[in-house]
Design a protein around this ligand. Sequence first.
Ligand code: HEM
Length: 235
Amino acid sequence: MVPLSRLFSSTLGRKYLMGASGMALVLFLVVHLLGNLTLYAPNGDLMNTYAARLKGLGIVLVFMEIGLALTILLHIVAAFQVTYSAKMARPIDYDAPKTKGGPSKNTVGSRNMIITGIVLGIFLVIHILQFRFGPSMEEGYTTSVNGIMVHDLYRVVVEAFTQVKWVAFYVGCMAFLGFHLRHGYWSAFQSLGIINPRWSKPIYALGLAIAFLLAFGFLFIPIFIYFTQSGGGNP
Ligand code: HEM
């Protein structure tokens, strides 16, 4: 196995790490979105049962969370290094993106990858503080599901998404997520060297579809909760 330090020391290695960690994070997002679909259920029981089952994994969940945190960190460090070495190699930006037909990969997302990434990093810190480390059982956020007392995570989410400011914040950040995924997916395939010219168009289309589904899948949750739980009346 190639040691991590050796991968980090070459441009190709860093691109590989960024692509592989990005793919792992997309996988996390798919699982996270599927779990969050429980928020569409008529009351919070399904969501709270799902969250309680996850917590019930105990030490396994702790290891999964540590793995996730390390993957996010790896992705951020590799992204900054790749951007820095690209800037050093080409200090003056090209005038304008040129394309010879076909779908241009040099889109808004590709040129602003680092900006969308920074926005998502800030989003992630706020999001985790708000939900993962938000109001706890000790603070009275409890509910009974099938006679068992569990953390009322549903109430935490609903209290946020019945406020316009949080709905706007999430919808805005999910638009950034869509842009980031659209280009990130494409460049991950290139970095990992899995692009065969014959497959580039369908792979690009698949990337677009995944970015669209994930961004819109997450984006509709706060909107849905706002209109079903507050009657659209909370400022
Ligand atoms: C409307 C959209 C979203 C909702 C409703 C949502 C909901 C939640 C909730 C309720 C938790 C706490 C889970 C728990 O404590 O058991 C959580 C954790 C988390 N979310 Fe989200 N999420 C959304 C979007 C996102 C996005 C777009 C990302 C990544 C870009 C993300 C990344 C995370 C991470 C990394 C955690 C911590 C996981 C852990 O420590 O177990 N979430 N989310």
